[in-house]
Design a protein around this ligand. Structure first.
Ligand code: MRU
Length: 356
């Protein structure tokens, strides 16, 4: 069984504390929105889909344990708390999209004269809880579309070697994973020769989390440090790169973990197809291009220290953006739960899907 980052039953939410991995597997309680904001902000849970799911479920837990005297009060609380959760981390769009959808739902239910306070609460909980199942089924669809696209572009019948960056697996989602879901599907099809994962400096999501998942799930895998990517591509016959996304703009420009952009540049040089695996909840067609994406900057300490041990010269200044933007021109396809789209027709396809 693959790892479970989020455990939920009505009124109770627990997350696997990712700051303690890979050495300790400890679940912590998320008792409400204040806890939800903290675990997201401190990166005890991270990865764009998991951030949104934990944020929304933290509100579900709080609402479950609360009684409301009117729908208006419930609506105000839902809106205020969801907007607060969006502020926990700025780059990934999933929490914002989920918040907007839930606020719309709360507005509609408030207006609906046939809906009681209790019915409104039940409907809200039901919709929020459905995110868990939907994320897993979306990831399985992404896995299938992505694996097929990679095999088709490789063009040979033999199993493939792929490279991934950061962590996009069960720990970053409700389960199965996006880019790591594609890798998982290749394995299920008997078509994965090997997956290479980058260390993902400075936060080391690759070394700490992806490597942990790959070992746990017995996938044939090797860890490399970020500066080995070009050498790997030159010597190891890599069939494709597949990464996740925190926010994809309308033109296909993609914000993802720092280091993604340079991997895409090097992949282009080696003529290796570069894919982004992202559910529709990571696609922000309201922004024209990657210049509009706010990039989170993180504390110097993540660069200057490994644990308690200082590795950088005292006094040196640091620049620590957590994400970068890969231009659409370097991306062969955006793998969604509805198929693989070229960045050029992404917005059109997403708009059509939203109108269905
Ligand atoms: O800072 P993080 O660990 O939240 O960043 C995670 C990533 O960049 C992932 O690639 C992205 O969220 C996709 S997870 C399916």
């Amino acid at each position: 069984m693959s790892l479970q980052s989020i455990k939920y039953v009505q009124g109770k939410l627990e997350i696997l504390d990712q700051l303690l991995l890979p050495l300790n597997s400890k679940y912590i309680d998320v008792k409400g929105v204040e806890d939800g904001w903290k675990v997201i902000n401190r990166m005890q849970v991270r990865g764009a889909p998991a951030i949104a799911i934990v944020g929304c479920l933290s509100l579900a837990v709080e609402l479950y344990n609360e009684n409301f005297d009117s729908k208006k009060t419930m609506r105000q609380e839902i809106e205020g708390k969801l907007n607060y959760l969006v502020s926990a981390r700025p780059t990934a769009v999933n929490m914002k999209i989920a918040a907007d959808e839930l606020i719309n739902l709360a507005n509609e239910l408030t207006k609906d004269e046939n809906c009681s306070v209790n019915e409104m609460k039940s409907k809200f909980l039901e919709t929020t809880e459905a995110m868990l199942e939907k994320d897993i089924s979306d990831n399985k669809a992404i896995g299938k579309f992505g694996a097929e696209a990679i095999l088709q572009s490789y063009g040979k019948d033999s199993p493939v070697k792929v490279l991934t960056h950061c962590n996009t697996g069960s720990l970053a989602t409700a389960g199965y994973g996006t880019a790591l879901g594609v890798v998982r599907k290749l394995k299920e099809m008997g078509k994965l020769e090997h997956v290479f994962c980058t260390e993902t400096r400075p936060y080391n999501q690759g070394a700490r989390l992806t490597a942990f998942e790959l070992v746990h799930d017995k996938l044939p895998a090797t860890l490399i440090v970020d500066s080995m990517v070009a050498a790997l591509m030159r010597s190891k016959n890599i069939a494709a790169v597949v990464v996740g996304a925190d926010r994809v703009a309308a033109n296909g420009d993609t914000a993802n973990k720092i280091g993604t952009y340079q991997i895409a540049v090097v992949a282009k040089h080696h003529n290796i197809p570069f894919y982004v695996a992202a559910p529709l909840t990571s696609i922000d067609i309201n922004i024209a291009n990657g210049d509009c994406i706010i990039i989170e900057e993180r504390p110097d300490r993540e660069m200057t220290h490994v644990g308690e041990h200082r590795i950088a010269a005292p006094g040196i200044k640091c620049w620590n953006p957590a994400f970068d933007v890969t231009p659409a021109s370097l991306i062969k396809g955006i793998i969604t739960e509805h198929g693989v789209f070229s960045p050029h027709n992404l917005a059109e396809n997403v708009k059509n899907l939203q109108n269905v």
